[in-house]
Write a protein that binds this ligand. Structure first.
Ligand SMILES: [Zn+2]
Length: 457
């Protein structure tokens, strides 16, 4: 039974033709999309069904954030390149993180995501039973990937036992909105026995594998030292490309053989332009990857390397970084960027038959944006108008007015409906002083004290 009709000025479908329907509508049946088409036609066909008239609004698929970390270090880990940054700020935080900190971080992160138009997140984080509770309450779709280290030098992360427990308790949970994947912080944060177990777990549960790879040149040197080759052939040699599906974050430093190998093995990539710029990692060869057939989604990375989770901003940087790095103003066209943030991101996580576009039979995961704003004016709809350029280069996450996941409205009039934002923020303020204090104490004991645990610029 059709439960609701959403009628908007523009419906951006992100179907294979990038069809934009002026004065369009989406019919919702429970948690799915029953029809998409001209409003006049759908209103006649479904006469009597309640209509939600979204005046001065654009409807589009909810965005897929293909790589992020919940976290609490926003603005406190600044001004260092990636490897020093990990050593000085991030790894010491992991040593002292507690489950209550981690849960507060996921509530905050998922709230920020849905308020800015993201309906699906791939979250690599810790103590993810709390993240699952956050996803259940906030109402977003989440691929949860515990941050695992299984190596004597990196023994302060979650462990594969935690991943297995999470797979058993939450995989397919929250009415199917929560999926659990197997992850490693990095290949060399784990022993070869752990690599084998990680992939065996992914295979046993028929799920994905996610890790960081080819992020910075320093990493390539370390992989060469340990395994005698570049990172992607090393992952293959170590058996880490054998999961039912694999998603690698960053992939900035790739040579042509590695790109061919990723394509051949059906490995997907999460592109993180803000993080790659902020940590001075480099510009990923996104156009080459996509030409080779690799599915490339877009991810914000975490609050500490971005410093927000606004996927509209990330789309803009995806476009700008490609243009800047290639000195080609035509690089990374707006339609390609929009596809990466929606349907291609869904393909990168193996969910493109369920989400990523507004098409009949798919999950009702969608967002409405205000179009009556200075930054969206003037607006010309249709496939040849300026709408797609404005969505990539002008819109901000705060323009999102309504967010629906599984047919349920979780953001309305720009407000979170599923939790009290004031409480979520208060909860973060309760836990962060302790987290920062414990990290400072750990650093004072284990370094010469020359480096402050708080950002230095
Ligand atoms: Zn990351």
């Amino acid at each position: 039974m059709i439960t609701m009709l959403l009628h908007a000025d523009h419906v951006l479908t992100m179907d294979p033709a990038n069809q934009v329907i002026a004065d369009g509508a989406v019919a919702i049946e429970g948690d799915r999309i029953a029809a998409v088409g001209p409003a006049a036609e759908l209103r006649t066909r479904y006469a009597g069904v309640p209509v939600r008239r979204l005046t001065n609004r654009l409807l589009m698929p909810g965005l897929v954030n293909a790589h992020l970390h919940s976290g609490l270090l926003r603005g406190t880990a600044e001004g260092l390149p990636v490897w020093d940054w990990l050593r000085m700020y991030i790894d010491p935080m992991h040593r002292v993180l507690r489950p209550e900190d981690a849960e507060a971080a996921s509530f905050l992160c998922y709230a920020e995501a849905v308020l800015s138009g993201t309906t699906t997140v791939v979250d690599m984080w810790r103590y993810m039973q709390g993240s699952a509770r956050a996803a259940e309450q906030i109402g977003n779709r989440t691929v949860m990937v515990p941050y695992v280290g299984e190596h004597p030098d990196y023994d302060y992360f979650d462990h594969l036992d935690d991943t297995e427990a999470l797979l058993e308790s939450w995989h397919g949970g929250a009415q199917g909105r929560v999926e659990v994947w197997v992850g490693l912080e990095h290949a060399f944060y784990a022993t070869e026995a752990a690599h084998t177990r990680a992939i065996a777990l992914a295979q046993k549960f028929g799920t994905g594998f996610h890790t960081h790879s080819n992020e910075a040149e320093v990493e390539l040197r370390e992989m060469q030292r340990r395994y005698g080759c570049r990172s992607i052939p090393a992952l293959e040699k170590l058996g880490l490309l054998e999961a039912p599906r694999t998603l690698l974050a960053h992939c900035v430093w790739l040579d042509d053989d590695e790109i061919a190998l990723l394509a051949r093995r059906g490995v997907a990539v999460a592109h993180n332009p803000t993080s790659n710029m902020k940590l001075a990692s480099g510009a990923a060869p996104v156009a080459k990857l996509r030409r080779a057939g690799v599915a490339v989604g877009i991810g914000t990375d975490g609050e500490k390397e971005n410093n927000n989770l606004d996927m509209f901003e990330e789309m803009k940087f995806t476009s700008l970084l490609a243009k800047f790095a290639s000195l080609d103003a035509a690089a990374m066209p707006a339609w390609d960027v929009l596809r990466m943030a929606t349907i291609e991101g869904a393909r990168a996580i193996g969910k493109d038959d369920e989400i990523g576009s507004l098409e009949r039979g798919k999950k009702a995961d969608l967002i409405a944006l205000r179009t009556d704003t200075p930054r969206l004016t003037p607006l010309f709809g249709g496939v040849d108008g300026n709408l797609h350029h404005n969505l990539v280069h002008a819109v901000r996450g705060g323009d999102v007015d309504l967010t629906m996941v599984d047919g349920r409205i979780i953001v309305e009039d720009g407000q979170l409906k599923t939790a009290d934002m004031t409480d979520l923020i208060a909860r973060v303020h309760e836990v962060v002083p302790g987290l920062f204090f414990r990290r400072a104490a750990w650093l004072a004991k284990h370094t010469d004290g020359a480096i402050s645990p708080i950002g230095r610029d």
